[in-house]
Design a protein around this ligand. Structure first.
Ligand SMILES: [Zn+2]
Length: 479
């Protein structure tokens, strides 16, 4: 490594030395975010937002393909409305930010800045659903919410974050179940196929489910440091909210029925997963399918005659096939290499006078650092294929890492030991008692991540109390 390269890389802490600091360094150095003036808020900068926007666009397409419509609801919730569903308000109360004044005047009723919008949708549905003909209602909104967090980190836990929240109402419990499953599958597919992050699909325990839900489905991923991250959730509300908000419809026989509801959300937290699953000591690694720039052209010895012209020509040839950009600034190529490695751009295209003579370019992939010389005549085909190879390799690497960091425990002692020796997911049987779930958390700091859809019988008894086991649970320390 040259002196210049070394200096640049030293800007970020090695992940082996201090993973949390590595994360903070990458987020800053890759130009994703800046801190806002209010503690726990963040400014998502152009590069960070471009990545989020690509995730958003893919998701939005999938929502629309499955019949959902986008809407925009207010930012404020009157206190009396927030309090209508008991479990829900209890779950969110500690994190709510309140507006007490409008200008100089004190408000007669406090207004919550939405921490999530269930009650707003419920209120609307109670006034706008009358007949079975009005169902289903398949709404989604893209927006921001506020949760007053005590400890905050960019993307992972911020006082204000961006997300989408889907809110649907259905005639039957079965329709709502189908919707809950469908949306989880959409999240899982997006995260696996676009973000190249393998996920576990399952159900949350009652302790971990959404406040007010009948049950919560989740996708869980594993970060490089062995901690889990909840990456998207889909909730089945049954008719709980409908009863609290009196959302009824007349069925085909003219009988009054409660609707059955769902809600589901995926937030900018997923950006944290992207960073912590694929990143390395040179910075970000962005999967090609969501990378704002998939290939960056870096001209070599660009002051030599014809080099820049050729580089621009190359960009014009490629721009309809891949998201390609060129850095023709007067900075040194070494600086540019480091910069685009830090930003995680999947492929770098180098081209200088020698390459021009040979009618070739050099392709360098970000994930492995491998270089290859490609004749200009084959560039389009090879580049497209290479991007797919990088995408696949990132997924495979992440999956191997997760598998290596997934262990089985059959006693609580083994649980603690294994979690210490090989931090990651622990597969262990559970009796279904809240007391055991709480004891495991107290003893090991691991929480139940999900009851996976794909069940296995790794033992007959509960890992904690020794009573007959009901189901397999994935446990982990989590963000
Ligand atoms: Zn037990």
């Amino acid at each position: 490594m040259g002196k210049k390269n070394k200096q640049f890389v030293e800007k970020i802490t090695a992940m082996e030395d201090d993973f949390a600091q590595w994360y903070t360094d990458v987020v800053k150095q890759a130009d994703l975010v800046d801190y806002g003036q209010v503690r726990g808020t963040m400014i998502i900068k152009p590069y960070g937002y471009a990545i989020w926007e690509n995730i958003k666009d893919e998701l939005d397409k999938k929502f629309k393909q499955t019949g959902h419509t986008n809407v925009a609801f207010p930012l404020f919730i009157p206190e009396s409305l927030l309090q209508k569903e008991k479990d829900h308000v209890e779950g969110f109360a500690p994190e709510v930010a309140w507006v007490t004044h409008g200008g100089e005047e004190e408000l007669t009723e406090r207004l919550a800045i939405r921490p999530t919008s269930e009650v707003l949708f419920c209120d609307y549905y109670s006034k706008n659903i009358h007949s079975y003909r009005d169902l289903p209602k398949l709404y989604n909104q893209w927006g921001n919410v506020v949760r007053w967090e005590k400890t905050t980190r960019p993307f992972l836990r911020s006082s204000e974050f961006h997300w989408q929240e889907g809110h649907t109402a259905h005639a039957t419990d079965e329709d709502a179940s189908k919707e809950t499953n469908q949306m989880l599958t959409i999240y899982a597919d997006l995260v696996e196929e676009y973000l190249a992050i393998p996920v576990l699909r399952g159900k949350k325990t009652d302790k971990e489910k959404f406040a007010g839900a009948k049950y919560t489905l989740t996708i869980e991923s594993l970060m490089h440091d062995g901690k889990a991250l909840q990456s998207g959730t889909s909730h089945h509300f049954g008719s709980g909210f409908a009863e609290a908000f009196d959302i009824t419809y007349l069925d085909e026989n003219g009988d009054s029925q409660y609707v059955h509801q769902t809600s589901w959300g995926l937030s900018t937290r997923i950006m944290g997963a992207l960073i912590m699953v694929h990143g390395d000591n040179r910075g970000l690694v962005i999967p090609p399918r969501i990378a704002p720039t998939q290939a960056m052209i870096v001209p070599i010895a660009q002051h030599k005659e014809g080099v820049l012209d050729k580089a621009y020509e190359l960009r014009d040839q490629l721009k309809d096939i891949v998201r390609v950009d060129i850095d023709a600034s007067d900075k040194m190529p070494g600086w540019k290499f480091n910069e685009y490695e830090m930003k995680g751009i999947p492929v770098r295209i180098e081209m200088g006078p020698k390459d021009m003579e040979k009618e070739q370019v050099v392709l360098v992939r970000r994930d492995t650092g491998e270089k290859e010389f490609v004749p200009l005549t084959e560039l389009q085909t090879r580049l497209t294929a290479l991007l797919e190879e990088v995408q696949l390799n990132l997924y495979t690497k992440a999956k191997n890492h997760r598998d290596k960091k997934t262990s089985i425990a059959t006693t609580i002692e083994e649980f603690s030991r294994v979690l210490y020796e090989n931090p990651g997911f622990i597969k262990a049987m559970w009796c279904g008692d809240l007391a055991c779930e709480e004891k495991i958390k107290e003893d090991t700091l691991a929480t139940s991540r999900c009851i996976p859809f794909e069940q296995e019988q790794v033992a007959d008894i509960c890992v904690c109390c020794g009573k007959p086991a009901k189901e397999l649970v994935f446990w982990a320390k989590a963000y």
